[in-house]
Design a protein around this ligand. Structure first.
Ligand SMILES: NC(=O)c1ccc[n+]([C@@H]2O[C@H](COP(=O)([O-])OP(=O)(O)OC[C@H]3O[C@@H](n4cnc5c(N)ncnc54)[C@H](OP(=O)(O)O)[C@@H]3O)[C@@H](O)[C@H]2O)c1
Length: 344
């Protein structure tokens, strides 16, 4: 067994867009599990937009990563030593082990993977993991989406958005994606089965994007699955039908403070005039819904009805670059880092 492990720590807090100087790679002796703990080697590391929030000291729903602490992350890992009654060497788990090659856990927030289920291990961080659950809960529980309705989904080809749109199509909804670039839009329509997909990067401003949404949804939009904020939010709002619903899942356009702030009177004005229901949600409150999500989605992933795509960076040292690229739209589907080999 290797004698050392590597991890990436938060070196400093970014004032805006994160840069390489905000991360530091460290090597240290491999820790040993204490009583009631296990040691696992990481196979797949998940990179997610919420990690940008954890780099900031601002008050949020979760505590920030401290300077010098390992960057937070969900991982697929293999238990390699254990003093925990519930876990044995060889067990495969989804666990919050951070940006690291190895990690110690006492079993908190750990889920076992059943290798007999046959899904690729990486899927447990994407379509069958946290982003997939987010899509399913947002569509069913927050939006209460119904057949025949029209939905707009932003970040439409990403880990969350791609599943939102496919589940909405399976429900019999009209699905309009908003994504960055012609390739992503083509994929949304041709492979994911969306009715239309609009390129927010090609649109000069919110007005132009809004006109394109109006053309794609001439009768208006009942549901908006909000992943981005920024220009896209401003474009969608005037197209919402009276009593429309918005699931506020994310606002990545603003995570690093880059894109224009939508003026509050524009946003509040639309919500008031169009009597919109807007509900924010954080998926960590909703894990009671996981069994129902897995029961519905896993068979459809297994039989190929639901498609998903991944962007894979190789090796822990490449995680910061992959993360920074993802925040700018450089990923195409779920962003992962391959840390170790699948078990033989
Ligand atoms: N509430 C929750 O519990 C929860 C849980 C999971 C995720 N989320 C949120 O859901 C959203 C999607 O997450 P994900 O994991 O599926 O990530 P993702 O969509 O796979 O990747 C992020 C995508 O955001 C898009 N983006 C970046 N800057 C943008 C901008 N200025 N305007 C429009 N789009 C922009 C890019 O896609 P394009 O190239 O298409 O622009 C990029 O690929 C994020 O906001 C995330 O924070 C929330």
């Amino acid at each position: 067994m290797t004698e050392t492990m590597k991890r990436i720590v938060l070196a400093s807090r970014p004032p805006g867009k994160p840069g390489p100087e905000n991360f530091r790679l460290e090597e240290e002796p491999l820790p040993q599990p204490g009583p009631g703990e296990f040691l696992a080697r990481v196979i797949w590391l998940s990179l997610d937009p919420y990690m940008r929030g954890r780099m900031s000291a601002a008050k949020s729903y979760a505590k920030p990563v401290e300077i010098g602490e390992t960057m937070t992350a969900g991982c697929v890992a293999e238990v390699i030593a254990s003093n925990h009654d519930g876990y044995a060497p060889g067990d495969l788990v989804v666990a919050p082990l951070g940006w690291a090659t190895h990690g110690i856990s006492d079993g908190t927030l750990v889920q076992k993977i059943d290798p007999k289920a046959g899904a690729p291990l990486s899927a447990y961080l994407g379509v069958l993991g946290m982003p997939g659950l987010t899509a399913w809960v947002g569509l069913n529980d927050i939006l209460e989406a119904k057949p025949g309705e029209t939905i707009v989904v932003s970040a439409a080809t990403g880990a969350v958005g791609s599943l939102v749109g496919q589940l909405a199509r399976l429900k019999g909804m009209t699905v309009i994606g908003v994504a960055g670039g012609a390739d992503k839009c083509r994929y949304a329509v041709e492979e994911l089965g969306f009715d239309a997909c609009l390129d927010h990067r090609a649109a000069a401003d919110a007005k132009e994007l809004g006109k394109q949404i109006a053309a794609a949804a001439p009768d208006g939009v009942e549901c908006y699955f909000e992943n981005v904020g920024g220009k896209t939010l401003e474009a969608v709002l005037p197209n919402m039908k009276t009593f429309g619903r918005i699931a506020l899942c994310g606002m990545i356009a603003w995570y690093s403070g880059a894109e224009n702030p939508a003026p509050a009177p524009v946003v509040w004005g639309a919500i008031l005039r169009q009597r919109l229901r807007v509900e924010g949600f954080i998926i960590f409150d909703r894990y009671d819904r996981q069994p129902a999500f897995v029961a519905e989605v896993a068979p459809r992933v297994a039989d190929g009805t639901i498609h998903y795509r991944e962007t894979v960076a190789e090796g822990l040292e490449n995680a910061p670059a992959a993360f920074m690229k993802m925040l700018e739209g450089g990923n195409f589907g779920k962003q992962l880092v391959r840390i170790g080999a699948d078990p033989a």
